[in-house]
Design a protein around this ligand. Structure first.
Ligand SMILES: [Zn+2]
Length: 410
């Protein structure tokens, strides 16, 4: 049992928060005068938020940008760059980079990560084996979910690879049906594999600006028609963003009815998509507004962390949320929800609020309010997982004031 004193909620209230048994036990107006007991923290007005959840990473590829350059900067260039280093992707190399990426995420306040893991082809099962080890090692610190990402055609060996990966310990069925010669059939193959294994489905969906490819609609039809019993996530859904408004609304309403969560991935899709259109370059983003208006679960993720698919990025959920404000045109509060409540729902995790009974998975940072936390994304953060401090970053910055400029260093 411990107290977080003088924490600021996103509503701006100053509160004392009691943690017990990994949960928030009570939230009271800040007493101000309470003495700190052992294990208590004085947050001194820092903003306290639910910790972040990353709904779509590629930890097996993370932090390879220098090893696998992608001069074309597009999707095919990225795939070719990764194939070029496939031979160097040993289990030890994959595990080491994945753990480095997890440390980056955890330090910045992310306590749950769903990662897609390449299965089959030149890397075989090495990435999955490495990530299963990492998942087990990090249990209790970061919830790590593994999606088996197989190639195409799903009617051939990749479809068998998918079933094999789910037997070997992958948590979720994945794939990229929009790349398949028979996209609609590929969706069905992935759905059947997930259903037979009794696991959720998370597909790379329509990662293209080609409006003729809309497998999201096939997915919603199949999920509704078959009464698919497990959680379903559609990642990317870029082509939905280039449909006309009535189509966006129709598909978004079907997505909401099918209870499919949609993951927007602004960093990678703003980077990869639209390079062949130098004038009025389209944004590679899904139809965020239509999906939200329809009541669908919308989450936002970082996707690629400094690899051939996106060579920059800090692994910070607040960087993703800021892009949802700037490029996705949603309000800051909704952008914060897209990296907290949205992905937690998509990942099947219990919701977190600064309220009694919620899991004590939290992040605090110095900011006057939630909007400043989102805008400034301070590096200084404290992170709790199940009520225990699991990361603490402190920053010292010294800046000269004008009267010091003559002769006095900061
Ligand atoms: Zn991806």
């Amino acid at each position: 049992m411990s107290w977080l004193r003088s924490a600021r909620t996103s509503a701006g209230d100053l509160v004392d928060v009691e943690l017990a048994g990994g949960l928030i036990a009570q939230v009271l107006p800040a007493a101000g005068t309470a003495a700190l007991g052992e294990g208590d923290e004085d947050l001194d007005g820092q903003v306290l938020l639910p910790s972040f959840a990353e709904p779509h990473a590629h930890l097996d590829k993370a932090l390879t940008a220098s090893r696998a350059p992608n001069p074309a900067g597009d999707l095919l260039g990225a795939i070719a760059a990764m194939q070029g280093i496939a031979g160097t992707l040993t289990r030890a190399d994959i595990a080491a980079r994945a753990e480095r990426a997890l440390r980056i995420h955890l330090a910045l306040g992310t306590t749950a990560v769903r990662t897609h893991v390449n299965v089959g082809g030149p890397v075989g099962l090495r990435p999955l084996e490495a990530l299963i080890d990492v998942r087990e090692r990090w249990r209790g610190l970061v919830d790590l979910q593994l999606v088996a990402l197989v190639s195409v055609p799903l009617s051939g060996q990749p479809g068998k690879d998918l079933r094999q990966a789910l037997k070997e310990g992958a948590d979720i069925a994945g794939g990229a049906p929009h790349l398949d010669p028979e996209p609609g059939r590929a969706v069905g193959i992935c759905l059947d594999a997930a259903g037979d294994a009794g696991v959720p489905l998370d597909l790379h969906t329509d990662e293209t600006l080609n409006p003729a490819l809309l497998t999201l609609e096939t997915m919603t039809d199949l999920v509704i028609r078959t009464g698919f019993a497990h959680p379903v996530t559609a990642s990317h859904c870029v082509s939905l963003g280039v449909q006309d408004a009535p189509t966006q609304q129709r598909v978004a309403e079907a997505v909401a009815r099918a209870k499919i969560a949609v993951v927007a991935l602004p960093q990678t899709n703003l980077y990869l998509q639209g390079r062949d259109r130098p004038a009025a370059t389209p944004r590679g983003l899904t139809a965020v507004a239509a999906l939200r208006a329809a009541g669908a679960t919308v989450a936002a993720g970082g996707d690629n962390l400094r690899d051939a698919f996106h060579p920059v990025g800090r692994g910070d959920a607040l960087e993703v949320a800021a892009l949802m404000v700037t490029c996705g045109h949603i309000a800051p509060e909704a952008a914060l929800a897209s990296v907290t409540a949205g992905p937690r729902a998509a990942l099947g995790l219990p919701p977190v609020a600064i309220a009694p009974g919620a899991p004590a998975d939290l992040v605090a940072m110095p900011a006057a309010d939630a909007l400043e936390a989102l805008g400034a994304a301070p590096a200084q953060r404290t992170v709790w997982r199940a009520g225990r401090v699991v990361a603490r970053t402190t920053v010292h910055s010294r800046v000269a004031s004008p009267q010091q400029l003559e002769g006095a260093a900061p």
